[in-house]
Write a protein that binds this ligand. Structure first.
Ligand code: MLT
Length: 257
C-alpha cells in the first residue's frame, strides 16, 4: 500500500516509466502517454503533493518533491524506473537523478531547463504569488495559459485548450504559491549535469515560449549521455499538443536504453 501523499494512475506491465507534470498542472497532461506507452511498459503518472488528487504537504522544495516521489515509487514497487518530467517536473527529475541514480534506468526532460531562476525571474515569481493571493488561481491561469500551448494548436482544437485551462483552474491556490516559491528558490543544475550519467532524452517543443530550444541545447551539452528531440508544431506542452510525436520520441528512447 502506498504510504505517501501522492496519488498516481498506472496502466500496463513491464519496466516502470514515471511521468511528472509541470506547473500549474497535474498528471492529466499525460493522458495520451498513459494510453499509448502502457502497451509495452508500466506507465505511471503522478500528481505531485498538493496537485491534482494528491494531498498537500505544506511548503516544499524541488528536492523534497523528488524525495516524496521516490518514497512513493518505492512503496508501490516501481523502482528502478525511467523518470520523465515536464518543465517543473524536470526541476524535480534533476534532483531525483542526482540523489537516486541507482534507482534510475533513464531520464526524460521535457520542455524544462537546468538553470536556476534569474534575478528578474525571481521577482516575477514574487509578483505572481502576490497576484494569486489577491485574485486566486484565475490570475495564474490568465498569466500562463497563453505561454503554454501555441495559439495555432488552441485555434485548431479548442477542446484541447479548454482541457488545459480546466486542469490549471482546478489546482489549489496555496499549493501553487508554494510551488512558485520552490521554483524561485531552486538550485542551478548546470554544474551538476556532467555528474548525471543516466541515459537522458531531452524533448523540446519547437515553439516553446517558456523554455525554448537553447535551454534544451544547454542540457544536451552538459549531460554526458543525452539525445535531443525537437517536436515540430508544439509549444511548452508537447505531451498534449503533439501526443503522437511525443510518444514516438519516448518509445524510441525506451527501446534504445
Ligand atoms: C512549468 O511549466 O512547469 C512552469 O512554467 C515552469 C516555470 O515556470 O519555470
Amino acid at each position: 500500500m502506498p504510504t505517501s501523499h501522492i496519488h498516481h494512475e498506472e496502466r500496463g506491465q513491464g519496466q516502470a516509466v514515471v511521468l511528472v507534470h509541470g506547473f500549474p498542472l497535474d498528471r492529466r497532461i499525460f493522458a495520451a502517454q498513459l494510453e499509448s506507452l502502457s502497451a509495452n511498459h508500466r506507465l505511471i503518472t503522478v500528481d505531485l503533493p498538493g496537485f491534482g488528487k494528491s494531498a498537500a504537504m505544506g511548503p516544499f522544495s524541488m528536492q523534497s518533491l523528488a524525495d516524496a516521489v521516490h518514497e512513493h515509487l518505492k512503496s508501490i514497487g516501481a523502482l528502478p524506473c525511467v523518470l520523465g518530467g515536464l518543465s517543473m517536473g524536470g526541476y524535480v527529475a534533476l534532483p531525483f537523478a542526482r540523489t537516486y541514480a541507482a534507482d534510475l534506468r533513464g531520464l526524460t526532460l521535457i520542455d524544462t531547463r537546468a538553470e536556476a531562476d534569474t534575478a528578474e525571474g525571481k521577482t516575477n515569481r514574487d509578483r505572481m504569488i502576490e497576484s494569486a493571493r489577491k485574485h486566486g488561481v484565475g490570475a495564474i491561469v490568465d498569466a500562463m495559459f497563453p505561454k503554454l500551448m501555441t495559439e495555432a494548436n488552441v485555434r485548431a482544437d479548442p477542446a484541447l485548450g479548454a482541457r488545459l485551462r480546466e486542469i490549471m483552474q482546478s489546482q489549489n491556490v496555496e499549493v501553487l504559491c508554494n510551488a512558485l516559491a520552490a521554483m524561485r528558490d531552486r538550485e542551478d543544475f548546470i554544474p551538476i549535469l556532467p555528474q548525471i550519467k543516466t541515459p537522458t532524452l531531452i524533448i523540446v517543443g519547437a515553439h516553446d515560449a517558456i523554455t525554448p530550444l537553447d535551454f534544451a541545447q544547454r542540457m544536451h551539452d552538459g549531460l554526458p549521455r543525452s539525445w535531443l528531440a525537437t517536436i515540430e508544431g508544439s509549444g511548452h506542452i508537447p505531451t498534449m499538443e503533439k501526443p503522437q510525436r511525443s510518444n514516438e520520441a519516448i518509445a524510441r528512447f525506451l527501446r534504445e536504453i
